[in-house]
Design a protein around this ligand. Structure first.
Ligand SMILES: NC(=O)C1=CN([C@@H]2O[C@H](COP(=O)(O)OP(=O)(O)OC[C@H]3O[C@@H](n4cnc5c(N)ncnc54)[C@H](OP(=O)(O)O)[C@@H]3O)[C@@H](O)[C@H]2O)[C@@H](O)CC1
Ligand SMILES: Nc1ncnc2c1ncn2[C@@H]1O[C@H](COP(=O)(O)OP(=O)(O)O)[C@@H](O)[C@H]1O
Ligand SMILES: [K+]
Length: 482
């Protein structure tokens, strides 16, 4: 599991650790790890000796890290210059170390085009709000130069706790972060600025509390959660997932949701709605029913909403499903038709799977607000609806109404931005719910497999939603083989 902690928690853990260590020890650990990462990048481009490195140095400890790492590179023969944003408040020990190693202070950002590396030490966890104009102007110049950039702890200008970016922010090829990941490194739009992530162990682990603020499942975590049939399993014990999706206008949504559900681990898929002919034509193994969902027979979890339209039948189908005392996943049109009071008072689990536009409608906010502040939005939705919420998009997040860590999906790919792929995800996740996974696990495992499936289907080329559904078995195998 990858874990991320808020700045407040990181600071408290660092304070506790520092009490047991000589002064400056943590910064030396951080700088040593940073210098190794910089050396690796320089070696990939040539060699460290004789390379040209520019440090962007802010007035805090983030700048101190950059200066000490720069001094290590200078001792290995790199030509290191430091551009000081606030010369009168620079980290004195760091600057002295750089100068003693043969580094220099730069007059300005000249010669950027000829650089082998820029080290961004403007702000780390002490950055507040958007970058000030002098820093923002420097960042614009560096971005235009296309010089390779390594960010120290965080790309300057991104918000560590939320992943928000106000105004200008560094775009790094890699970010070397210390002690633990910060939420902003894993959540867009900030995550997009961070490039490849490298975590440097500075001994913080034992000081960090449980649970983290944010977590990302990895292969082994997903493998441990996948529902596998036992020797005594039958189709009912494996779980039956009911799918209420599609309409005369959108029969394809029914097919795609069923396609996802058939690959999610449930023992049977029961389809209810007007798309039965299309479903059976494509998937003869599906069970179909034409009446209301409550009369369809045994179901351990429902999926309701993809392509449902908004007619009276659709509304009553959503109400019918929400009245059942089993887990229910509500997606797409179902999100517009649900009764908030009913969702809040359900005793069985409810999983809502909005994209940013649907989340905005549920919150009464603007779509841009949700996209800029995904973490706050998903937490707020989960609390307001007392539901598990999977917020789709460039970073998919899963939050619960209970105070558990928000999960961030690491497998997403923008190839998933294709019509109908959300229908596949809702079927897949509903199937995992029917197979018995708790709602947060079902949602985060569903998103994980869905992202991997798209990568399998894509290999750098566009995928259709059907390709994503067809890629799910390969994603399972991938996860099980580690
Ligand atoms: N603690 C530890 O044990 C360890 C910490 N470590 C390192 O320390 C970092 C934290 O250092 P930190 O606390 O000094 O804050 P930091 O990120 O340098 O930023 C503060 C400076 O930025 C400035 N500034 C703020 N907002 C700004 C803006 N919008 N635009 C422009 N400037 C802005 C602000 O200026 P001021 O407001 O004071 O004028 C202040 O001078 C951490 O990320 C890690 O790299 C590691 O060595 C491991 C051990
Ligand atoms: N830029 C992106 N990067 C990664 N994943 C994305 C991106 N845009 C959309 N997705 C994913 O694609 C799927 C789209 O679902 P949805 O918006 O419901 O579309 P549809 O209704 O057409 O099925 C979701 O799983 C979402 O997380
Ligand atoms: K930085």
């Amino acid at each position: 599991m990858r874990r991320a902690y808020s700045v407040e928690t990181v600071r408290a853990a660092e304070a506790a650790l520092m009490q047991r260590l000589p002064e400056g020890a943590l910064m030396q650990r951080a700088a040593a790890g940073l210098a190794v990462a910089c050396g690796d990048l320089l070696r990939r481009r040539g060699r460290v000796y004789g390379s040209r490195v520019l440090l962007l140095v802010g007035s805090g400890d983030n700048g101190g890290d950059a200066l000490y790492a720069g001094s290590r590179l200078a001792r290995r023969g790199a030509g290191v210059r430091a551009l000081l944003l606030a010369p009168d408040r620079v980290h004195e020990g760091g600057l002295a170390a750089l100068l003693a190693a043969g580094g220099q202070v730069a007059d300005g950002p000249d010669g950027l085009g000829a650089l082998d590396l820029v080290v961004d030490g403007i702000t780390g966890i002490g950055g507040r709000g958007g970058l000030r104009e002098d820093a923002a102007e420097l960042v614009r110049t560096v971005t235009r130069s296309r010089a390779p950039v390594i960010a120290v702890d965080l790309p300057s200008g991104v918000e560590a706790d939320t992943g928000q970016v106000q105004g200008e922010a560094v775009r790094a090829d890699a970010t070397v972060t210390f002690g633990t990941y910060k939420p902003g490194l894993l959540i867009d739009p900030a995550a997009e600025h961070a490039g490849a992530l490298r975590l440097v162990d500075i001994g913080l682990g034992p000081e960090l509390p449980e649970p983290p603020d944010l977590e990302a499942l990895q292969y082994a975590d997903v493998a441990a959660l996948l529902p596998l049939p036992g020797a005594e399993s039958d189709k009912y014990r494996r779980g039956v997932v009911g799918v209420v999706a599609g309409s005369e206008r959108y029969p394809g949504a029914a097919v795609l949701a069923v396609a996802g559900a058939l690959r999610g681990g449930a023992g049977a898929v029961r389809y209810v709605g007007p798309g039965a002919d299309a479903v059976i034509a494509r998937f003869p193994e599906a069970l179909v029913h034409a009446g209301p969902p409550s009369e369809a027979g045994r179901v351990q979890a429902w999926v309701v909403g993809p392509g449902l339209g908004d007619g009276g039948d659709a509304r009553s189908a959503v109400a019918d499903v929400l009245a059942a005392d089993v887990p229910v996943l509500v997606d797409a049109d179902g999100l517009r038709l649900l009764d908030a009071g009913t969702v809040r008072t359900r005793t069985a689990a409810t999983v809502l799977t909005p994209h940013a536009g649907e989340a905005a409608a549920l919150l009464g906010a603007a779509r841009e607000e949700v996209e800029a502040g995904r973490l706050a939005a998903v937490r707020e939705l989960a609390a307001r609806y007392r539901a598990t919420v999977l917020l789709k998009g460039s970073t998919t997040l899963v939050a619960e109404a209970r105070d558990t860590p928000v999960r961030v999906n690491p497998t997403g790919t923008s190839w998933l931005a294709t019509a109908g792929s959300g229908d596949v995800l809702s079927g897949l996740t509903g199937s995992l719910l029917a197979a018995g996974l708790p709602p947060r696990d079902a949602a985060s495992v569903g998103a994980y497999l869905h992202g991997l499936a798209a990568r399998h289907g894509s290999h750098g080329a566009p995928v259709s939603a059907q390709d994503v559904a067809d890629g799910i078995p390969a994603a399972w195998r991938d996860v099980r083989q580690g």
